[in-house]
Ligand binder design. Sequence first.
Ligand code: ZN
Length: 134
Amino acid sequence: MTLCRGILLIITSRIHPLQRTSTLALRQRKAHLLHSFELSPHLLHASLVERFLQCGKANCRCHTGGPKHGPFFYLNRSFAKGEFQSLLLKSPDQIRQARQGVAAYAELLEVLDEVCQINYELLRRGEPSEAPDV
Ligand SMILES: [Zn+2]
């Protein structure tokens, strides 16, 4: 029974919500996204990570099960060929700036993804991605 329901869910989820949206509404949504979106000056393509670490003092509590030091905030960037860059953020302002940049990038990706999904749906319908001028 549970299995049947699972299969049904998979089948229904294959119909993308955009497929039930009118071409006019898709075009309007896309126009809104393209015109209202501003590229953020804060953009950062990186991950903000929080770490608790052990120090270099062998007799410190952090080596005997006590709380570790931190949190320390790092901004990590990955490149092709497994290269990696990590920046220790030393001030609250840097942490705030990094957060803002990472959030701005996530938002940019969301907008890009939505525009691309709309274009995919327009292509599937045989509609041009740009509305013909009226
Ligand atoms: Zn320590």
